[in-house]
Write a protein that binds this ligand. Structure first.
Ligand code: SF4
Ligand code: MG
Length: 336
């Protein structure tokens, strides 16, 4: 598989009245062609900031990329000018957000918004652009697109508006689609439909997807690989099976243990675990989870653990995986 994105040692800071918030602190990961990577974490973990930085679309407060690389092919997004970014956003990377209403123009029909987006990327006649708009709406399973293109956003339900946003994001045939909490504002059945649509799009177009979520149900249902973020850092990465069946970081384990135990409870969003996340105005020098972890050792508070590899392509930044550490269940998460 070809690598399409390589993020290396990314550091991002917010400038606030209270001081500098170290929102992203040395994040590295790779993304391959056609892959769905979920970045999961609580709010304030740095997951959305990481995604926005890939697009260089960081909203307020003023944000600065301190260092690191974001390689899209041989282009380093960190060094790209705003003009270059405009081309990249239109052609290579698209993003969908939590609230589709704020991204659609309420005074324009869905068809017109879509054809304008399409014509922005491709030189097509009005008729051709309209055909393409209908094709995209079919791809996101909007019924009767031939008539619905003449309707306005308020005539669409929340789930249907999110489908329109996905169609818009696909109008440039992006290599990478970033979805930041795309199902959070929707109810559970609609969420499941949006997830199915995203998976189908990956099958049909080969687009890689980064999904940002705090919902472990979403992760389990669509991701190939998972990066767990905490306190501005990725603490564990692995396949979806590694993360759910062989978690090798106490934070990931705590997240899984906090899931409801009954099958009837459909709520898979993260409930908070005891304690508070670290203050990123004054981030800890050691492990970000040390203040809440039930295994905290002396070294955890003074040195950031490196990424150990309990198995191939499975990484965990936790001192418990050090060969001299007495706890064995973390070193052999398979029980081997
Ligand atoms: Fe817990 Fe230490 Fe591992 Fe951090 S490094 S998760 S504090 S055991
Ligand atoms: Mg967010």
């Amino acid at each position: 598989m070809n690598k399409i994105l390589e993020v290396r040692d990314l550091h991002v800071t917010f400038h606030t009245y209270a001081g500098q918030v170290k929102a992203v602190r040395g994040v590295s990961f790779d993304l391959y062609e056609g892959e769905i990577l979920a970045i999961v974490g609580e709010s304030g973990s740095g997951k959305s900031v990481t995604a926005q930085t890939i697009m260089k679309l960081n909203p307020m407060p003023p944000t600065q990329i301190e260092r690191g690389k974001i390689l899209l092919g041989d282009k380093d997004i960190v060094k790209a000018s705003e003009k270059e970014m405009m081309a990249i956003r239109g052609k290579d990377i698209s993003m969908i957000f939590q609230d589709p209403m704020t991204s659609l123009n309420p005074t324009m029909t869905i068809g017109r918004q879509l054809t304008e987006a399409i014509k922005h990327h491709k030189k097509l006649s009005k008729d051709e652009a309209q055909k393409e708009a209908i094709r995209l709406l079919k791809l996101v399973r909007i019924p009767n697109p031939e008539s619905r293109i003449f309707q306005y956003p308020h005539e669409f339900s929340g789930g249907m508006r999110q489908r329109v946003m996905i169609a818009m994001a696909l109008s440039c045939q992006p290599k990478l689609l970033i979805a930041d909490e795309p199902t959070t504002a929707l109810d559970v059945t609609i969420q499941a439909q949006i997830i199915d649509i995203l998976k189908e799009i990956r099958e049909k177009t080969g687009t890689s997807i980064i999904i940002i979520t705090h919902d472990l149900g979403v992760v389990a249902n669509m991701a190939d690989r998972v990066a767990v973020m905490y306190g501005g850092k990725i603490v564990e990465t692995g396949s979806v099976d590694d993360i759910f069946y062989r978690p090798a970081h106490p934070y990931t384990k705590a997240l899984l243990e906090s899931l409801p135990k009954t099958d009837t409870d459909k709520n898979t969003r993260l409930v908070s675990i005891e304690g508070t996340p670290p203050d990123l105005l004054n981030p800890p020098v050691g492990c970000p989870f040390a203040g809440r972890c039930k295994y905290t050792m002396k070294i955890c508070k003074t040195q950031m653990p490196p990424h150990f590899e309990p198995s191939k392509d499975h990484k965990s930044a936790c001192w418990l995986l050090h060969e001299d550490c007495p706890y064995s269940d973390f070193k052999n998460p398979d029980g081997g």
